[in-house]
Design a binder for this molecule. Structure first.
Ligand code: ZN
Length: 220
């Protein structure tokens, strides 16, 4: 099944699918629930483009590999190259915003952390990044004033507000761009608020972003 970026009405956006750049530990309540050690430096990681699937379609999870956790995150779609820019130069390169699940093999991640090894397997497996349609920037207003949520089987599991981010969207992208060139069609995931937990086959999910996106989907 080939993924293509779409807008919130399902129209195809003429950008290729690129890499997915992610930040970890960007909300205090999630850092607290994980008992994570923090550092002043940002925690960045990458998912390959083979991790991306359409969240609107029922998506599979690799339950045989251990717990698969939801992390609901604001996703940024990049439309122009970005390299070594200041935060105030970032927004012109953004097509728009949507939601993504940074699916995480939590047991695998814990084991890898204990071994001091990288996380690729836990974060970058096939299907590890279900992504919604995108809302153009001009239809959303201030990106640091957006509420988003995830319900699992009718129960509220995650409720985020982008005003609670430790690093703002423009800070994240500026900092990423010191190391990685962002290209048109790349995605940036901006971190999860508290409420991560296991997903199971058959779970019914509802996701919302700022009264602009309302997604109903399920785990296959
Ligand atoms: Zn995450």
């Amino acid at each position: 099944m080939s993924y293509q970026h779409i807008d919130q009405q399902g129209n195809i956006i003429d950008l290729p699918l690129g890499k997915v750049l992610c930040i970890g530990q960007n909300y205090h309540d999630h850092i607290a629930e994980m008992n994570s050690k923090t550092a002043p430096e940002a925690l960045f990681f990458i998912k390959p483009n083979t991790a991306v699937v359409d969240i609107n379609q029922p998506f599979p999870i690799p339950e045989q590999l251990g717990a698969v956790h939801n992390e609901t995150e604001l996703a940024v779609l990049i439309k122009a190259p970005v390299s070594k820019v200041a935060p105030d130069q970032v927004l012109g390169a953004v097509w728009g915003y949507g939601l993504a699940l940074d699916l995480t093999l939590r047991d695998q991640q814990k084991k890898l952390k204990e071994l001091g090894r990288p996380w690729e397997i836990a974060k970058g497996f096939d299907g590890a990044c279900p992504v919604s349609g995108f809302i153009p920037t001009e239809q959303l207003g201030d990106v640091q004033q957006l509420q988003f949520s995830l319900k699992v089987n009718g129960e509220l599991r995650q409720q985020g507000d982008t005003c609670m981010m430790i690093r703002s969207v423009t800070q994240i992208i500026s900092e990423l761009s010191q190391f990685f060139t962002l290209l048109p069609g790349d995605l940036v995931l901006t971190g999860t608020p508290a409420g991560v937990g296991p997903l199971y086959s058959g779970d019914q999910l509802e996701l919302t972003l700022a009264n602009k996106l309302h997604i109903k989907t399920s785990v296959r």
